[in-house]
Design a binder for this molecule. Structure first.
Ligand SMILES: [Mg+2]
Length: 287
């Protein structure tokens, strides 16, 4: 965790609680951890930087209050926040994203992904993705006209582009290679990157498949690592399921207790990948 995680979450939670007072927020960081884990000097930095970003005077008490706002609240709508998704990528100057998913009675209905490192056609970097009312859009991070986006319609194995996590503890890379082979995608181009930018790539047709196979039986995936991305890919006409084809269940709180892994695709190749997962891991994983 960095000071940016806390600063980003304080700003997001403040904005949401001002616009939608009393609504539930599930967010990755906690005020108590900010007070106990972050050294004095760095807490001071967060206070100063958040104050500069907001253009108002900020105190330590306000930061803690914002970090925890909406925590434990009961409402039909829940905001699911990863203030910096891919913190290791952020530290290493790789990809990261700022993710807000929206649940309505436990169902994913919308989301926003800010992707500062996403390469653009104009040679610059930085895109803002959003899913709303069943449609997905992208615009430049600094603002501009939103463009409607759709997942790709590719099915030809030679054209399929796969994305995976960089972090080895996130997913079983060796198992994923076996699944790709079983799906006839052994020759597919595979790119590793951090954060929910992987979901964004599938949503806008820059990739066709994102596989995340677990390394353990009860992997405890966090809602904030997947809610915004799931909303975006579904709205763009793609598919997001667990490795057995069931939907991701966000109704059980911050941990996806019922889910083992993620198969995220353009939709067209989803059945083929599910079949490959069953053939490869079925016995082992009871699929
Ligand atoms: Mg995070």
């Amino acid at each position: 965790v960095t000071i940016a995680d806390y600063g980003s979450q304080a700003i997001l939670c403040r904005a949401i609680s001002l616009a939608f007072p009393g609504e539930a927020i599930q967010a990755e960081e906690q005020g108590s951890q900010f007070m106990t884990l972050v050294p004095d000097e760095q807490r001071e930095q967060v206070i100063q930087l958040v104050g500069e970003a907001l253009g108002e005077s900020v105190t330590e008490m306000k930061i803690v209050y914002w970090l925890d706002s909406g925590h434990g609240a009961q409402s039909e709508r829940t905001w699911v926040i990863d203030p910096i998704d891919g913190t290791k990528g952020f530290i290493a100057l790789r990809r990261y994203s700022i993710c807000v998913g929206i649940l309505d009675k436990g169902q994913v209905v919308g989301g926003v992904i800010g992707s500062p490192g996403y390469p653009r056609s104009d040679g610059k970097e930085g895109l803002l993705f959003q899913a709303q009312n069943g449609d997905a859009y992208v615009e430049p991070l600094e603002g501009g006209t939103p463009r409607w986006i759709q997942a790709s319609d590719l099915t030809d194995a030679r054209m399929i582009r796969v994305v995976e996590s960089v972090e080895r503890d996130h997913a079983n890379l060796e198992m994923m290679a076996r699944v790709r082979q079983a799906a006839g995608l052994a020759g597919a181009q595979v790119e590793s990157l951090d954060s929910q930018d992987k979901y964004a790539m599938v949503a806008c047709g820059d990739a066709d498949l994102y596989l995340r196979l677990p390394r353990e039986v009860a992997p405890k995936h966090k809602a904030w690592d997947h809610a915004a991305g799931t909303a975006l890919v579904m709205a763009a006409g793609g598919m997001v399921t667990d490795i057995d084809g069931s939907p991701l269940d966000f109704s059980l709180g911050p941990i996806l207790l019922k889910n083992k892994g993620m198969i995220v695709s353009n939709g067209r190749i989803h059945e083929r990948v599910l079949k490959a997962v069953r053939e490869t891991l079925g016995a082992e994983w009871g699929l």
